[in-house]
Every structure is written in structure tokens, then in C-alpha cells.
Ligand binder design. Structure first.
Ligand code: F3S
Length: 394
């Protein structure tokens, strides 16, 4: 790989031990994937934030780097943490867990990372432009930024994203290269998609089939950004899709040639079967929405649906801190809390320790959450659209 003079200095340790180690990690990855050079990145999103995922070894690693003076070079956001960083006590997060999670956040802050924890950084102040090279980690954020915004990122691991943030660079390979962004399978959708959950079910079905290919969707007549984030998140969870195109909807679709590509069709039957497969339980102990983190539109729609009701079981909607602040100002938080629900910021149902908070069956409208909850949180899942989920807990 070609290195500039400045990069060679980092490689040789002239800019300190931390940068040398991080840069060498990027060079190793670049060599493995055949990168020709490093690219400057516009922003980074780092995963591996919840204490539940990184444990003591991760915490000690971060504290060590912070102590050694590691500082990020570009705008860097974090993936969800293991708890709401402000209301953790009242929501019922264990205090020994909270103490460790706060130390994790302190170490990130020390490095200059914006300690707002969200998988929808593009809704919370970290919005890349079309064609911009970035290094993001969380799979749904990667999918959204590549597909809906047209920015360019590979699916980074926690360490490689942190290295990109500290060096301001990422190796040029994979989805950073135009040629690698072409679709290799066409998915014809021959069913009307109504709810966000339908997009999650579609994504869950397609991800399993296409794995890490780049699908090109036809037949999706319309979709808002919330529905596209549900679709991408589910495909990234059931498969490893980091980029997709939707005819007439996503920005690169019009440049793509789909002649001669393999084709699959999704009809009502496949969608119904996916709903059945994702439902592994009944009678949820709790309903958790906001995977990926809810937009203000999703929060306001929920508030409208439960206004004046009294829910019999807990309901959370997970979101970023900034969306929660907007929801507070708009009065949505009050409406949701009066009905017995909670807007939970900074965390989500998968990275929070919900299994140790007494929950065994969780209701979700997210294809991604339905895929992950059984394995990550030992949950039975009730997967449905919001109206049906509210019916079972009211
Ligand atoms: Fe985000 Fe957690 Fe879902 S990180 S995409 S809310 S599993």
C-alpha cells in the first residue's frame, strides 16, 4: 500500500505509541483487503460501547488509551451504550453495571469522542454527504449511510473504527470503490408494504437469501426514511448487507445496470412466512420499539397512538438523546409517560441487559431486533406492527 510521508512517520512510531498501533492495524487490514492507499474520512461511528459487549477487558483498553492521551482527529459518534445515561436508575438498570458503563463513556469523552450514543447518528448531528468517505461500525448505520445517503463506508469493527477516528484515515477498499457498489441480485417486491414492520420482515427474508450481496429492489413504490432504515437494519442482521439500492428511491439506483442479474421475487406468502418465523413467543412482558433508534416522526406517531391510554405492561421506545430532548419539548414524552411508557435514550433492547432485568418475552416491530433478541438477550420474540403490539399490552 502506498503511504504518504506523513503516514510513514505514524507507521514508524514518530507520532507516538498509540497512533502507531492504531495505524498499523489499518495498514494490516488494508493489506488483507488489497487497499492501494489510505483515504481521509469525514466522520467515524464507533461500536463496542455497551459494557455488556466489551466487558472489563474493553473498559481497561479504553481507559489505557485515554490515559495515554489518544485523541480523535474527526467527528466521532458512538453506538448505543448499555443503558440510558441519565435515567438509568429510574428505569431499573443495575448500579454495578451503570458504574462500569459510566467509566466507558468517560474514557471515550477523554479521547474527544462525542458521547452521544446512537445507531442513527445521521439523525443526531453526524450527517455525511453523498460520496463522502466515512468509517462507521454499526451495521444499520452503515447500511443507511451507504444506501440512503450515498456515503461510502465498509462495515468497520469497533477497533478499526476507533483506529480510523484516531488517525482520520481508512484503507481504500470494498465499498469505498465505485466498482464495488454495483448490485449483484435483483429483488422484485410483489407485495404491498404497509407498516415499518413489513419492511423489517422483507429485510429479514432478503438478508437470509442474499447474505453479503448488494440487492437492487424493484416494486417498492414508496418508502420513507424510517422504513428504509428498518429494511436496511433487518438485511444487515439476517444477512450481511452493507449496501442496497431501491429503484427510484435511493440515490445511486439510477446509475446501476441490472440487465442479466440473478432475480428473486418476494410475495405475500414469503412475507407472512417471515412474520411466522420471527415470532418465537406470545404475551410480551415488555414492548420495545426504536430499532434502529426512533426518529422524531416515529416517537410522535407512537405518542398519538397511546395518547390517553393506560398500558398494562412496560413499553419503551429507544432513541438518541437529541431526539428525546425534542420529544420533551414537543410534549411527546409526557404523553408516552402518562400512558405508562418510557422514552429510553442512549441504549437499545439488544445492548441493554434486559435479560437480567426480568424480561423473558419482548414485543418488537423491528426485523433486526427480532433476529438478535433470542441470541443476544435470551428473549422470546413477538414480532408485529405497532398497532398490534399496543393491543396486547393495553
Ligand atoms: Fe440500533 Fe440496537 Fe437496533 S444498535 S439497530 S437499536 S439492535
Amino acid at each position: 500500500m502506498h503511504l504518504t510521508k506523513e503516514e510513514e512517520k505514524i507507521f514508524n512510531g514518530e507520532k507516538g505509541e498509540v497512533l502507531e498501533r492504531m495505524f498499523r492495524l489499518l495498514v494490516r487490514l488494508g493489506d488483507i483487503y488489497g487497499a492501494d492507499k489510505m483515504l481521509p474520512v469525514g466522520s467515524v461511528q464507533v461500536a463496542g460501547v455497551s459494557f455488556k459487549s466489551i466487558g472489563m477487558p474493553g473498559l481497561e483498553f479504553l481507559e489505557d488509551y485515554a490515559k495515554k492521551g489518544a485523541k480523535v482527529k474527526v467527528l466521532t459518534f458512538l453506538n448505543p451504550a448499555g443503558m440510558d445515561l441519565e435515567s438509568w436508575k429510574e428505569i431499573g438498570f443495575p448500579s454495578d453495571f451503570a458504574e462500569k458503563q459510566i467509566r466507558v463513556m468517560d474514557a471515550f469523552r477523554e479521547m474527544g469522542i462525542v458521547v452521544t450514543s446512537t445507531c442513527t447518528p445521521y439523525l443526531a448531528g453526524n450527517l455525511p454527504r453523498f460520496g463522502e468517505h466515512i468509517a462507521w461500525s454499526e451495521s444499520s448505520a452503515v447500511s443507511f449511510s451507504n444506501s440512503v445517503i450515498g456515503a461510502r463506508t465498509n462495515r468497520e469493527g469497533g477497533p478499526s473504527a476507533l483506529a480510523a477516528a484516531l488517525c482520520g484515515l481508512t484503507p481504500n477498499h470494498g465499498l469505498h470503490i465505485d466498482e464495488n457498489r454495483k448490485p449483484n441480485i435483483v429483488v422484485n417486491v410483489d407485495v404491498e408494504l404497509q407498516h415499518n414492520a413489513d419492511f423489517g420482515a422483507l429485510g429479514s427474508f432478503v438478508g437470509k437469501i442474499v447474505k453479503d450481496k448488494i440487492p437492487y429492489f424493484t416494486g417498492i413504490k414508496n418508502a420513507n426514511t424510517d422504513q428504509l432504515k428498518s429494511l436496511g437494519a433487518a438485511m444487515a442482521a439476517s444477512g450481511a448487507v452493507a449496501l442496497y439500492h431501491v429503484e427510484n428511491l435511493t440515490p445511486e439506483a439510477r446509475f446501476m445496470d441490472i440487465k442479466g442479474l440473478e432475480k428473486i421475487k418476494v410475495c405475500e406468502k414469503e412475507l407472512k412466512e417471515t412474520y411466522a418465523q420471527l415470532n418465537t413467543g406470545e404475551n410480551p412482558d415488555i414492548v420495545i420499539l426504536g430499532c434502529p433508534h426512533a426518529s422524531l416522526r416515529e416517537i410522535s406517531e407512537l405518542a398519538e397512538k397511546i395518547k390517553g391510554k393506560k398500558l398494562k405492561k412496560p413499553l419503551w421506545i429507544c432513541t438518541s438523546r437529541i431526539m428525546k430532548e425534542c420529544a420533551n419539548r414537543m410534549g411527546y414524552t409526557e404523553i408516552i409517560e402518562n400512558a405508562g411508557g418510557k422514552i429510553v435514550a442512549d441504549t437499545c433492547m439488544v445492548v441493554a441487559p434486559i435479560e437480567s432485568m426480568g424480561y423473558k418475552t419482548t414485543g418488537v416491530n423491528s426485523g433486526k431486533a427480532a433476529n438478535y433478541l433470542p441470541g443476544f438477550c435470551k428473549q422470546n420474540v413477538v414480532f408485529n406492527n405497532i398497532d398490534e403490539l399496543i393491543k396486547v399490552i393495553k
